[in-house]
Design a protein around this ligand. Structure first.
Ligand SMILES: *[C@@H]1O[C@H](CO)[C@@H](O)[C@H](O)[C@H]1NC(C)=O
Ligand SMILES: *[C@@H]1O[C@H](CO)[C@@H](O)[C@H](O)[C@H]1NC(C)=O
Ligand SMILES: *[C@@H]1O[C@H](CO)[C@@H](O)[C@H](O)[C@H]1NC(C)=O
Ligand SMILES: *[C@@H]1O[C@H](CO)[C@@H](O)[C@H](O)[C@H]1NC(C)=O
Ligand SMILES: *[C@@H]1O[C@H](CO)[C@@H](O)[C@H](O)[C@H]1NC(C)=O
Ligand SMILES: *[C@@H]1O[C@H](CO)[C@@H](O)[C@H](O)[C@H]1NC(C)=O
Ligand SMILES: *[C@@H]1O[C@H](CO)[C@@H](O)[C@H](O)[C@H]1NC(C)=O
Ligand SMILES: *[C@@H]1O[C@H](CO)[C@@H](O)[C@H](O)[C@H]1NC(C)=O
Ligand SMILES: *[C@@H]1O[C@H](CO)[C@@H](O)[C@H](O)[C@H]1NC(C)=O
Ligand SMILES: *[C@@H]1O[C@H](CO)[C@@H](O)[C@H](O)[C@H]1NC(C)=O
Ligand SMILES: *[C@@H]1O[C@H](CO)[C@@H](O)[C@H](O)[C@H]1NC(C)=O
Ligand SMILES: *[C@@H]1O[C@H](CO)[C@@H](O)[C@H](O)[C@H]1NC(C)=O
Length: 731
């Protein structure tokens, strides 16, 4: 039997809660105000009603170990009798119900029950069994190491959403576990006696983007990266080796990369030093560069910067034996106890100790002082600390890294990226997906992990192009080329070269350099587009690399597409993730798709096609009515063009099916969003385009059956009319 929320409020009041029953202000909603009801039957459960739907929070769990939690009984839910404690539930706005549980037990959790066919998404970036949803998975809320496809793919957030239409966010950094192993059930338990979690509802039924936005409102969103943060980024696992002709140290090894990119006219915007680069044991912990390999670090970084490259260095919360960091930590008792420093990985500092935090921050400030603009933030889940500290410590370390940089460079002027990043750290660091395997399953898993990263709010994402875990002959040339195309249509394009794996050195052929150039330059040219969608991720939490169901929620097939995705809203991308160039592509319902390279083939949503493509293509499609801003608007390493000037092209793909389209363009210099709109008159064939102050001059291009129609694009904004347009999308 259900009783009304008022009764729950009374229960909460009995237990001394001061929570008022605040209903969200009744702004215009296509959905009625949600309500909460609780069951007086045992166990205690509550339901959140919205529209015609109901979220069943079928049990709230407590206990003294994580494996012995049991449902709190109805009789004890609202009082502190039986040690069960106190529960309060409140609708805080039309999209969010807040549930707070305070117990004297060591572990608290909750269970949600749905139909057996319901799917649950989120929590981990890592794609178990190369799947999008978590069916059958029971795992801790922590990083994982050795796995199929990718090791250490460890962005995570205590948030899941279901295809039933709602999400749940547990607001905690405590260690815990999520259990999706029973069909129709999702459960979590955390190592804490008090827990606040939220049931997140859509703005209108079926609007899954709005779920991500509501989650972002409770948690946070990514910070805007600098323009160099999207890449292409070139790095080597060891710049201190693999010296080719004319190279005598690490500095010159970077110059060798700069020169090859220059002579091949390949766009790039940053490079970074992985380990080793410092003196001392395992190269990190003396806060320096090894003078043997980096004789003049400050001048070296200034030179990189002169050539258009930002530069980052590797960092981890790790005290390697006998380093400055280790000695200071031992002397002050900052290391986590009982973790052997003899073990190559070294123990972590307990950054919850304020003096440890200050020491590390102060010493790491050396790096920005010599021009370093960000860190590759490694590890944090390799047993260098007690497992229950992982989420807290990585959050602290990423905050520390961020602070050393932001104090020198200011917001959005440097680039940190991590592999183990938890929930709100997304505002402090971007992520890469860890150690992908240099084979086709590594590529396939990387695509799926990129989709999954977006579902937990980590939009600023990339993978090691070619894979990280490389055998002697990896990556194979074709694999590398296919991966380059995936990175072109990833928010970040970063590529590991060096150590016998450099596209312009044997065993690779010039065809691979061609593909590198095609892909790197296309990614660079898509910066206006990618950056605009990154700004949307920053403001709304909706990621750049999007699971198909965000754009096509009504299409059941969109809920399990692991090898294709929307890139922003205009592009549909289906990377080739197996050898040979053939694949089947399913087009999600709701629009038509134009093949982007040749611009002839049109596919209906709901249809399927087979492709067989050389390494010079990737299956990419633009949807009917698309607006795609592109162009060379960021100079970076482009020193080969005399009198370089930024230039923007706005591509327009009118269709009679789409009378009105708009694109929120992000003007980087003005740090503001400006609209681009297109109105199509299907009868007359007139297409009217209007745009705000895009800040850069260039060209408007309308793609039609009779070729391209062009008009001038002016920096301060303007409009243009095109007449007699015959759409490529229409028969
Ligand atoms: C309990 O916690 C331990 C340590 O974090 C973990 O290994 C285990 O998987 C957890 N078990 C459950 C059922 O949550
Ligand atoms: C749902 O799954 C459970 C566990 O596998 C099973 O016992 C139950 O019969 C299923 N319910 C329905 C309605 O299929
Ligand atoms: C990662 O993956 C590789 C290749 O599959 C494997 O050999 C290695 O042991 C893995 N483990 C770790 C911890 O990196
Ligand atoms: C700066 O970098 C360029 C680019 O490769 C290199 O040729 C030059 O020698 C470097 N200058 C110095 C002073 O190291
Ligand atoms: C750290 O201490 C060890 C042992 O006392 C010493 O050998 C080493 O030189 C010290 N390291 C640094 C960087 O001071
Ligand atoms: C560290 O290990 C020793 C020996 O195994 C043990 O006696 C001690 O309690 C441990 N300390 C902590 C803090 O775990
Ligand atoms: C470096 O650390 C290892 C253990 O991780 C240790 O065996 C070795 O002696 C250390 N070397 C120096 C120079 O301190
Ligand atoms: C880390 O330091 C904090 C603050 O001093 C302390 O409360 C916590 O117990 C420490 N963690 C471990 C595992 O020692
Ligand atoms: C729970 O956290 C406490 C520290 O707050 C720790 O001592 C304990 O080992 C953790 N339990 C598990 C199962 O991780
Ligand atoms: C574009 O056309 C060329 C020439 O017909 C063909 O080889 C290539 O596969 C096509 N590319 C795509 C992506 O369809
Ligand atoms: C755009 O072009 C106009 C006309 O040539 C010129 O006056 C203006 O300075 C240019 N604006 C920018 C931002 O390049
Ligand atoms: C485009 O056409 C509309 C309607 O005919 C007209 O009002 C507008 O001024 C035209 N704009 C331009 C830039 O020609």
């Amino acid at each position: 039997m259900a009783i009304l929320l008022r009764t729950l409020a009374t229960l909460a009041a009995v237990a001394g809660s001061s929570h008022a029953l605040t209903h969200g202000s009744s702004t215009q909603q296509s959905q009625a105000q949600p309500s909460i009801s609780v069951s007086s039957n045992s166990p205690f459960s509550l339901s959140v009603h919205y529209g015609r739907q109901t979220v069943h929070n079928s049990a709230i769990l407590a206990g003294n170990t994580n494996s012995s939690v049991t449902p709190i009984s109805a009789s004890s839910a609202g009082s502190i009798a039986n040690g069960a404690g106190q529960i309060s539930a409140t609708v805080i706005n039309p999209q969010v119900a807040r549930i707070s549980v305070n117990t004297i037990s060591g572990f608290v959790g909750a269970r949600f029950t749905a139909s057996n066919s319901s799917k649950f998404y989120g929590v981990w970036e890592y794609p178990w069994y190369n799947r999008l949803d978590n069916a059958g998975i029971e795992f801790d809320f922590k990083g994982l190491g050795d796995s199929d496809g990718i090791n250490w793919s460890n962005a995570r957030a205590p948030f899941f959403l279901t295809d039933d239409g709602y999400g749940v966010y547990a607001d905690t950094l405590a260690m815990g576990s999520f259990d999706f192993s029973q069909p129709g059930s999702a459960q979590f338990v955390f190592n804490t006696s008090s827990l606040v979690y939220y049931v997140v509802l859509p703005e209108t039924t079926g609007d899954y983007k709005s779920l991500l936005t509501a989650f972002a409102g409770l948690s946070n969103t990514i910070e805007m990266p600098p323009d160099s943060g999207y890449g292409p980024t070139f790095w080597s696992d060891d710049f201190e080796e693999d010296f080719h002709a004319g190279v005598h140290n690490a500095q010159e090894n970077y110059y060798d990369v700069i020169d090859h990119l220059y002579y091949n006219q390949i766009h790039a915007s940053s490079m970074f030093a992985d380990r080793p680069y410092g003196t001392g044991n395992s190269s990190f912990g003396n806060f320096d560069f090894d003078p043997v390999y980096y004789p003049t670090p400050k001048e070296f970084i200034a030179n990189l910067s002169h050539w258009g490259f930002d530069f980052q260095v590797w960092a981890a919360n790790r005290a390697f034996l006998d380093t400055k960091l280790y000695n200071a930590s031992v002397a002050n008792g900052w290391l986590f106890p009982n973790i052997s420093a003899e073990f190559f990985q070294g123990p972590a500092l307990n950054l919850s100790i304020p003096e440890a935090y200050s020491y590390l921050k102060e010493h790491m400030s050396y790096f920005p002082s010599v021009g370093v603009k960000g860190y590759k933030i490694d590890r944090g889940e390799e047993e260098e600390m007690p497992v229950w500290e992982q989420n807290v410590q990585m959050t602290l370390f990423e905050q520390l890294c961020y602070e050393t940089m932001v104090e020198k460079w200011g917001e959005s002027n440097f680039y940190d990226f991590a592999r183990s990043a938890v929930d709100r750290s997304r505002v402090r660091t971007a992520v890469w997906n860890g150690d992908s395997h240099s084979n086709y399953s590594g590529l396939a898993y990387s695509v799926t992990s990129g989709i999954r990263a977006g579902l937990v709010g980590f939009s600023q994402w990339g993978s090691d192009t070619g894979g990280y875990i490389r055998g002697l002959n990896d990556p194979a040339q074709e694999l590398w080329a296919r991966w380059m195309w995936f990175s072109t249509f990833s928010p970040v394009y970063e590529i590991m070269i060096g150590t016998n794996h450099t596209p312009w050195y044997p065993p690779y052929t010039s065809e691979l350099v061609d593909v590198l150039k095609e892909t790197a330059n296309m990614h660079h040219d898509l910066l206006p587009y990618i950056r605009s969608y990154t700004y949307q991720a920053h403001t709304t939490g909706v990621p750049v690399l999007r699971v198909a169901f965000l754009e096509a929620p009504a299409d059941a097939k969109a809920w399990s597409l692991v090898d294709s995705y929307f890139f922003g809203s205009e592009f549909f991308v289906a990377p080739i993730v197996s050898e040979g160039g053939k694949r089947t592509i399913y087009f999600p319902e709701g629009t038509k798709y134009l093949e982007y390279f040749n611009k002839t083939a049109v596919h209906q949503g709901g249809s399927t096609c087979e492709v067989d493509l050389s390494v010079h293509y990737v299956p990419v499609y633009v949807r009917a009515g698309a607006i795609v801003p592109r162009g060379d608007i960021f100079q970076a390493n482009n020193k080969w063009t005399d009198d370089w000037q930024p230039e923007l092209t706005i591509e327009l793909y009118p269709s009679a099916d789409v009378p009105y389209s708009s694109f929120p363009y992000y003007n980087g210099a003005a740090k503001s969003q400006v609209p681009i709109t297109m109105v199509v008159d299907a009868v007359s064939g007139d297409v009217a385009v209007e745009y705000g102050a895009v800040g850069v001059n260039g060209t408007l291009v309308v793609f039609t059956k009779s070729g391209m129609m062009k008009a001038t694009l002016t920096a301060q904004g303007g409009a243009a009319n095109f007449t007699g347009v015959v759409s490529l999308f229409d028969d």
